[in-house]
Design a protein around this ligand. Sequence first.
Ligand SMILES: Cc1cc2nc3c(=O)[nH]c(=O)nc-3n(C[C@H](O)[C@H](O)[C@H](O)COP(=O)(O)OP(=O)(O)OC[C@H]3O[C@@H](n4cnc5c(N)ncnc54)[C@H](O)[C@@H]3O)c2cc1C
Length: 456
Amino acid sequence: MTSSNTYDAIVMGAGIAGMYQLYTLRQQGFKVKVFETGDGVGGTWHWNNYPGCRFDSESYTYAYSWSKDIIDEWTWTERFAPQPETKRYLNFVADKFELRKDIQFNSRVAKATYDEANTEWEVELDDGSTARAKFVISATGPLSAFTLPNIPGRDSYAGESCHTARWPVGDSGWKANDFSGLRVGVIGTGATGVQVIQEIAKTAKELTVFQLAPNWCAPLNNGPIDAEETAHNKENAQEIFDQCNATFGGFLHAFDEREAASVSEEEREAFFEKLYAEPGFGIWLGNFSDIMTNPEANEIITQFIAKKIRQRVDNPDVAELLIPKDHGFGTRRVPMETKYFECYNQDNVKLIDLNATPIEEIVPAGMLTYLSTPQALTPSPVRCAVSTSPVSVVRKWSISGPTAPAPILACKPRVSPICLLWLARITVRLSVIFLAVSSRMLSGSVTWLAICAIRT
Ligand SMILES: Cc1cc2nc3c(=O)[nH]c(=O)nc-3n(C[C@H](O)[C@H](O)[C@H](O)COP(=O)(O)OP(=O)(O)OC[C@H]3O[C@@H](n4cnc5c(N)ncnc54)[C@H](O)[C@@H]3O)c2cc1C
């Protein structure tokens, strides 16, 4: 082992968390190496190139708060920036602080083993090469590993197919994101499914959506940020971040102090209508204080959103399929949409309920589902975009060593002596909760880890 691959700290992942962790540790004088599976910075915003991918957090609240230069020099064009803009933003940050010189791309960490004798970690990459460090920090992201559905015959499909997290880039029609003349199938209707469906529906000859479980969706109400608002946001950036830090989940939106039953039905309805027409998560996180805690209050907002879906979808049977029946509004992260429900009023869009007609098999010509008789629903030539839940990457790499403890979640933690003692010998998984603006949550973890490393 040469000293050239021995570091004070190794960071796994160069997403928004890993980039900030690198910057923070480097500022403290540490010799740091970042290993990143992909070939560029940005993590989520590097990988997710699918059409329609964008923030559901207000752009300027998701942005880094730790550099006034970044705040002054970067201008967000939309309230909820599209993925290409966020990817440019993170590359701008990487350029500005010369982060790439300490990042090794195309390098997936496969294993981390604690060496008791030398009180340091040995990290092994996929290609078998190794590096050592006192600290190993996992910034591998909560959503960075994608899963393909385990459907028989998956690889036999003759058309083009991909997962949304690995959307083809290059000079093909996929890059142009023009689906004219194509018959397309989408499996999955979570937040990403909703974004990609409403985009593909604009141009596809035929779009078939395969839905296992609907989600409660609400309008994003996106729009451009004009020069006046940009100036205001830059001048008041710290106040905006402070406001986020004071709210549930780090969003701009704070719950109303009133309870749902404390006002008249008319007043409640007017309040819901106002929130439904406003940008972002206000309808969820700026709503009455008890919609997430009181089942009766939750039922009131749930019925309001169901009513909206019934109003927006022409076919009552299709509307019912799009209304969740197994959970109340807001009890899971709410996918934000732009004319998503109206897609189902178009002649070129068809919704398949996988509970009634499960996919039995994927065949070269398309998806074989069961009604009373097998039917191939999306015959070739088609494209198939898969958008199913990712799994935690923790399962993908192994941690070993005689007494190596399991990774811990670090979320707005407090520095405690026990943590400090442990830090010399643990890996820490930077993680964020799913009901939060990730960057607001993880910045606390990043600075906490840097402080711990200094004190150890
Ligand atoms: C489509 C989409 C939209 C989202 N929109 C929002 C939003 O609007 N607001 C919000 O708050 N959050 C959103 N999120 C959540 C998002 O994941 C976080 O906001 C944030 O990007 C997480 O940053 P991260 O650095 O922790 O992880 P990531 O961005 O996931 O980066 C992790 C990096 O680690 C790398 N990696 C993984 N395993 C290894 C390994 N073993 N070795 C080396 N490298 C590895 C990955 O390649 C990846 O580049 C969204 C997520 C998705 C998928």
